[in-house]
Design a protein around this ligand. Sequence first.
Ligand code: GLU
Length: 485
Amino acid sequence: MSNSTSASTSSRPVRTRMAPSPTGEYHVGHIATLLKNYAFAKKHGGQFVLRIEDTDQERKVEGAVERIMSVIKAYGLDWDEGPDKGGPYAPYTQSERLPLYKAKAEELVAKGQAYYCFCTSERLERIREAQRAANQPPMYDKHCRHLDPAEALRRVEAGESYVIRLAVPENETIRFTDLIRGEIEVASNSVDDQVLLKSDGFPTYHLGVVVDDYEMQITHVMRGEEWISSTPKHMLLYQAFGWQPPIYAHIPVFLNPDGKGKMSKRKGTVAAQSFLDDGFLPEAMLNFFMILGWTPKDQREILTLDEYIQEFDPAEISAKSVVFDLAKLRWINGMYIRKLSPTELKQRLTPFLPTDFPAAQTDRIISLVAERLERLGEIEELTSFFYRPVTVDPTLLHKKAEPAVVAEQLQTTSAALRALTTWESSQLENCIRDLQAQHNWPKSQYFMMLRVAVTGRTATPPLFETMAIIGQSEVLSRLEAATQL
Ligand code: GLU
């Protein structure tokens, strides 16, 4: 099966596309699918096209096209031809191509492969009602299929409202090969005489997608598996036009991070932009998408976009849905954060720094927490004790020693630290280690107690460096406050 993915099976140059409908937010699943189309085109020295499928005017959302384009770019991806760039098959926005779809639909009518339908929405609703009552699947009853063509044309010319429907052949088997699932067969009798051209002159998705994939010379279509039930309809259209269909691969959907059900908004965010807003690096997101449902031959999990382009083969995509594993995503993101130079990290973190972040200490604080950062958006949570008042939980403070012992430790430490004339981590370390040895306080209890008193937390960057940054007077006042608990 895999040989059919190779560009050489077709003499045409590889052209892939992503065809978003501007009906809402762009999801992580869209970016993951786009990445595959993008990489496959690049692998074969071909072109990747962005086409806007805005034929559903009712569901169209203002500003969605701009947001889709900007989020694709924010992920570090781009297209060779598209609405903003033009290209040999422009325009790339379907609402600007209406005459083409009308002409193509009429061409099918002329060939007897499609027909005018004048049924009112009331009539269609009545049929659907009856089918529902009889427990039958909703399908058009082909009422207008047998109208005399000359009579139908007269009614169209007289200005009667109509749609154009595909005359689906009866008793045939529709066959196509999906690169991931293999051969698929569907009985033509189960396919509705679908509408191709709506009464407002807009094409339906089915007509638009087939005409444009053909006109734009698309050779391979990778799209979400939710479209697989549309593919038999598309095959019928290719057959009716006498065109060669592209090669299809339907990509399994992501499952929710808890492994239950198709990934959905109800169980957390799915919007591609919001992951970037939370501080996942675009290159880490792409790496994550690469290995969801596909693994390179040597099983490695970290790979660059260039390596992916070289190695990716859609025929190797798993047919099973994969869990959108947030723990894995965080791990990968942490790896990519660790790869950044201090200057790059600071630059990337800048939009995430809270306004009260101490500018003079930025580099020192960042370098202390960089190891633990898995998401840029965690920076505030990981560092707030450096520059905001802390709340200390008395039970944590007294966890391993009596309150009287703790109070004694705090007072002795305060006095010693107050006497220091330089406030650097090495001095702090010497001073505090000496105290511990002198009084023979249990090491782990004493250090943890100090950490809790100074930061309010049990997990922080190294204690002495942390205290050095917080500063002498603030540390002393936090120790003082802790003695009151
Ligand atoms: N316009 C469809 C969408 O919103 C395109 C589906 C396809 O790729 O054929 O995803």
